[in-house]
Ligand binder design. Structure first.
Ligand SMILES: Nc1nc2c(ncn2[C@@H]2O[C@H](COP(=O)(O)OP(=O)(O)OP(=O)(O)O)[C@@H](O)[C@H]2O)c(=O)[nH]1
Ligand SMILES: [Mg+2]
Length: 348
């Protein structure tokens, strides 16, 4: 199975999924409650049938949601797990699925009991009991429905990555110029600002050149601290660095306004190397149009050393604010990616 086939676009699928609240299910049953029926038996039977039909159709979403969750790329799971508990999600799915199964069973049982009811009182009591028991199955899942509803809305807004497309993941400290690079290399327009932590989520742009199409991922800025100290925004960058296939472009800000010192930016690079699961890393020493001379010298020295040791695959110097320089950098990396894809294909 190809990666594309395996991981279809979850946002598009999630947009077709509607998770009702418990109240919505109740309202729907009430709005369709039979008003006219020839006999009390007909009325009770119709009410039972409607209750059953509505709960089953309103919870039909659980099948497509379970299938969607089963097929999610690990990158998406990692983003989801920043805000949702995976076990809780599975418990919620189970509550609804079990409710559906039990509802059908109760429906069969009470249909028979209604037929067998000997008088008006028994008919009314049996009908009420049947509907009550079916509804209570889903009343129990009330919070689960809310949880799944929030999850589906969250998935609807996830970034639409294509796991099979050659990818450059742009990473670095806050304010190092990541979004400026993505803006200048693609048509994506992530926000750029002088203050740190401008980017709060993953953004995707596409660089297209002749037959080559590359995905460029803008990530939130990272600090050189361990995972358990990171905030939710930083964890989104980690999700991309860990789970997406591709190469990492690490920007080092050598301007006098750099948010982290050069030393700390390279400490961050060591952290990233640990997350990268073997993905090639390229350094781009950035903002050389406005360098702090000491920072620039130090960055060059460390980067050269890392390259010599084979710790990183390449070192560039750039100005992300300069469209032409960005173009030439990305074009170069595009060639790296293309030859990487070709050598993989040869191996297969
Ligand atoms: N001098 C100079 N400034 C730049 C360059 N690239 C970006 N900047 C400036 O650096 C600041 C931060 O740029 P962003 O692109 O928002 O940086 P970022 O890495 O996306 O920042 P976060 O999203 O906060 O992590 C902005 O004021 C940019 O105008 C450059 O090549 N040279
Ligand atoms: Mg940014």
């Amino acid at each position: 199975m190809t990666e594309t086939g395996k991981y279809s676009d979850p946002t598009a699928i999630a947009k077709k999924i509607h998770v009702p609240t418990y109240e919505e299910i109740l309202d729907r049953i009430r709005s369709r409650y039979p008003r006219k029926a020839k006999t009390l038996y007909d009325k009770e039977m119709a009410a039972l049938q409607r209750t059953h039909d509505v709960v089953i159709s309103k919870t039909d979403f659980v099948k497509s949601l379970a299938a969607l969750l089963d097929s999610l790329h690990p990158f998406y799971w990692r983003l989801i797990e920043i805000e949702f508990d995976r076990q809780r999600v599975h418990r919620a799915i189970k509550c609804v699925s079990k409710g559906r199964k039990m509802a059908s069973r109760l429906f069969g049982k009470y249909r028979f009991l209604l037929m067998a009811a000997e008088n008006k009182r028994e008919l009314l009591r049996t009908g009420r009991e049947a509907r009550g028991r079916i509804l209570s199955l889903f009343k129990k899942c009330r919070k689960d429905l809310d949880y799944l509803r929030d999850l589906v809305v969250f998935i609807q807004h996830l970034p639409a990555i294509d796991a099979s497309m050659p990818t450059i993941i742009v990473a670095g400290a806050p304010s190092s110029g990541k979004s400026t690079l993505v803006r200048n290399a693609t048509r994506a327009k992530p926000k750029v600002a002088v203050y740190p932590f401008t980017t709060t989520t993953i953004h995707i742009g596409h660089f297209v050149e002749n037959d080559t199409k590359i995905q460029i991922i803008d990530t939130p800025g990272l600090l050189d601290r361990p995972f358990h100290e990171m905030n939710e925004i930083e964890k989104k960058a980690v999700a991309a660095l860990k789970e997406l296939d591709g190469i990492i472009l690490f920007l080092v800000d050598v301007s006098p306004d750099a948010y982290l010192s050069v030393g700390r930016q390279f400490d961050l690079l060591v952290n990233i190397k640990g997350m990268a699961k073997g993905k090639p890393i390229y350094i781009a020493i950035n903002k050389i149009d406005n360098p702090d001379v000491n920072s620039l010298e130090k960055a060059r020295e460390i980067a050269r050393d890392l390259l010599a040791k084979g710790y990183v695959e390449g070192v560039y110097e750039t100005v992300t604010a300069d469209k032409e320089k960005v173009y030439s950098l990305i074009n170069d990396l595009a060639n790296v990616l293309t030859s990487r894809v070709q050598s993989r294909e040869l191996q297969l």
